[in-house]
Design a protein around this ligand. Structure first.
Ligand SMILES: [Zn+2]
Length: 445
């Protein structure tokens, strides 16, 4: 018998964490933050270092009391990728467990930076595992990382193999056949799992299971960027682009086209510097050859002042943090005149992202766009494709893997019920072979 506790990310979008127990051993898949609550807790405390108790009180961390009885049995904490809603709680929570962290090299590089910023003491061992390789965690549990695609490098599907069958955890994935960085998903292995009927349970990111489509490839987002960066004249104009700092493939496209525009490329903002360093450290990209990276705000300020002084803003491509309108990010500071960089009529700002649909983000982004409009800046928005699968990808993955049971993840019923209806269409039975879970519920199979 395998027991599952859906700890976090099943009653909300965020703070992902799932516990898998076999006999006396437990692995934790993901340990993520509820990012909006984390940011508001941080702002309230006006401090970069806030303690875990305060974050837990504000609901920014997965509720580990739900698995109190399993605490001593945890062998490993396994984040699937480097997004904060999957590994951001590790610096605050992991040290309470006598468990190693098992992740890919890029995730480890990001994690180390988060730990040095946020954790006071941290003693868990971090073991890195390459994509498409296996790790014998104990006599009974073997972990396999299957290459997947998403919106940050080295995202994996995690296969937890036990003597009584396997759990396949695909929490954040898309099926991208033309990724800009890395390989397409390991379909060979997924088909093999299906052919052998090896997967007892598939836990699957259901976020966009209501969208009747296949999520377009990252290479489509690259073409959208090509159109606005190379196909629209920006002669004599400032050009500013913003995107997710963890989206290294998107940044690569931006850098590639920036070079074709024959502009000097500058990255402005701490998170851009942090994720770029993490990616360069494991050889995914080498932006530093072509890009001047200014992380700390003093450097950002100095660089923009220098451009103003030289009077050659049309020779630069500025890549800035703050695509969701975050008040403390570079983009908001530029538009509010806090960095003394002037904006003129028909300068370009390119949003290579969507708006994350929560009330705070929607409001902040609107404020940002209104400010740009005051300066009569040209706005190019939604130059973007999602990193999350849609309904027809879900169908393909289910048909490939042919699991015995399915648990939809990455949201409350408003998200997961759509995947349940698809599973029903494919012959699964609600409550018997497809299970809608909430935070804190348990299932034995
Ligand atoms: Zn993600």
């Amino acid at each position: 018998m395998i027991e599952i506790c859906t700890v976090g990310g099943y009653s909300e979008v965020g703070k992902n964490m799932t516990a898998i127990k076999y006999q006396d051993e437990v692995v934790l898949l993901d340990m993520g933050l509820q990012v909006d609550k984390y940011i508001s807790a941080k702002d309230e405390n006006d401090d970069d270092i806030i303690d875990a108790k305060e974050l837990a009180r504000q609901g920014a961390l997965p509720d580990e009391t739900l698995i109190k009885d399993w605490k001593k049995k945890v062998l490993a904490i396994i984040p699937t990728h480097a997004h904060l809603d999957h590994l951001g709680a590790i610096p605050f929570m992991a040290s309470k467990y006598d468990a190693e962290i098992l992740c890919t090299q890029f995730s480890a590089n990001v994690l180390k930076r988060l730990i040095s910023e946020k954790a006071n003491k941290f003693s868990n061992k971090i073991t890195t595992l390459a994509v498409n390789s296996v790790y014998q965690l104990s006599e009974n549990i073997r972990i396999e990382f299957i290459n997947s695609t998403h919106s940050t490098p080295q995202t994996v599907m995690v296969l937890v193999q036990t003597p009584e069958g396997s759990v396949l955890y695909c929490n954040d994935f898309k099926l991208d056949n033309n990724p800009v960085i890395g390989d397409k998903p390991n379909y060979r292995r997924l088909n093999e799992l299906g052919a052998k009927k090896e997967v007892k349970l598939l836990i699957m990111d259901a976020l966009y299971s209501n969208l009747e489509r296949k999520t377009p490839s990252e290479s489509i987002a690259r073409e959208m960027l090509r159109e606005v960066m190379l196909g629209v004249s920006s002669k004599d104009k400032a050009v500013i682009v913003t995107t997710f700092s963890s989206h290294i493939a998107r940044l690569k496209s931006i850098v590639d086209f920036g070079k074709k525009m024959k502009r000097k490329i500058v990255f402005l903002g701490r998170s851009l510097a942090k994720y770029t360093e993490a990616a360069e450290e494991c050889g995914i990209v080498n932006f530093s050859d072509d890009v001047e990276i200014c992380g700390w705000s003093s450097k950002v300020r100095k660089k923009l002042k220098e451009i103003e002084k030289q009077g050659n803003r049309e020779k630069y491509l500025i890549v800035a943090t703050g695509h969701q309108g975050e008040p403390n990010a570079v983009l908001s500071k530029i538009v509010k005149g806090k960095l003394r960089f002037r904006l003129f009529s028909e300068d370009h700002v390119i949003f290579s992202c969507g708006v994350i649909p929560n009330p705070v983000n929607i409001a902040q982004r609107q404020i940002l766009e209104d400010e740009f409009k005051k300066h009569k800046v040209r706005i190019f928005k939604d130059i973007h494709q999602s990193g999350h699968a849609s309904r027809e990808d879900h169908r393909d993955l289910i048909n490939m893997v042919r699991p015995e049971h399915i648990i939809p993840s990455h949201g409350d019923f408003s998200k997961t019920s759509h995947l349940m209806s698809l599973a029903q269409e494919l012959g699964y039975q609600p409550g018997k072979t497809v299970h809608l879970m909430q935070d804190g519920q348990r299932l034995s199979i």
